[in-house]
Design a protein around this ligand. Structure first.
Ligand code: PRP
Ligand code: URA
Length: 215
């Protein structure tokens, strides 16, 4: 596949469990229920990596044996932002590890002719500017949707933003980095290229259709 080292803001999260689960997701014959379960499982593994640099503070606690100083998360609270509808296929897995995170939604669909995103919904927590934001969407293809989503969130003054996906295309990574160089991208795999219809190759097909069984 493409060499991730060419992209400075890209983190390809490598782990045998992720690769195995992604292979199952790519297979055409994987049923909807299994695809949906795998999407959440991979999301949970990606959540582990995207939160790796969260700051910690020392606090005083008591174990059953002794007082001790131990570390707890500190700093900004989290907000997950799901790009509807396929982003919701990653939400549960992410929330398993970050149960207190707030959740925003942005509804975007890709016009199949122009490949431009059309917005139909936008609802964010009122304090999004004070939160660390993790945007989730399974696919970074042309990146038109991801760029539009992050534009919108930045207009709401969110500053600390990361983007998490299952698959990225080199074209999308490049476009996203040009538009939002301060937003790191975490992906489970960097695929080969986009086809003439803007689909990721080899990819896994239409993520929304596969999560919800709509085709
Ligand atoms: C898919 C996917 C992304 C977008 C990626 O959504 O979930 O949001 O395409 O493509 P891009 O990088 O070229 O913008 P889609 O528009 O199919 O909508 P859906 O989630 O409602 O199925
Ligand atoms: N959206 C998808 O769901 N799949 C792709 O391959 C590209 C965009």
């Amino acid at each position: 596949m493409t060499d991730a080292a060419n992209f400075q803001t890209l983190h390809v999260v490598q782990h045998p469990l992720i690769e195995h689960k992604l292979t199952l997701m790519r297979c055409t014959r994987t049923p909807v229920a299994e695809f949906r379960r795998l999407a959440n499982e991979v999301a949970m593994l990606l959540a582990y990596e995207v939160t790796r640099d969260l700051p910690l503070d020392e606090v005083e606690i008591e174990t059953p044996l002794t007082p001790m100083r131990a570390r707890k998360l500190s700093g900004k609270k989290l907000c997950l932002v799901s790009i509807l509808r396929a982003g919701n296929g990653l939400l549960e897995g992410m929330l398993n590890l970050m149960p207190s995170a707030r959740v925003g939604h942005i509804g975007l669909y890709r016009n199949p002719e122009t490949l431009q995103p059309v917005e139909y919904y936008y609802k964010m927590p009122t304090d999004i500017a004070e939160r660390r934001v993790i945007v989730v969407d399974p696919m970074l293809a042309t990146a038109n949707s991801a760029v539009a989503a992050v534009d919108r969130i930045k207009a709401d003054r969110a500053q600390d933003i990361r983007f998490v996906c299952l698959l990225a295309a080199p074209e999308g990574v490049q476009r996203f980095a040009a538009a939002h160089p301060n937003v790191p991208v975490y992906t489970a795999a960097l695929d080969s290229h986009l086809n003439d219809h803007g689909y990721i190759v080899p990819g896994l097909g239409d993520a929304g259709d596969r999560i919800y069984g709509t085709r």
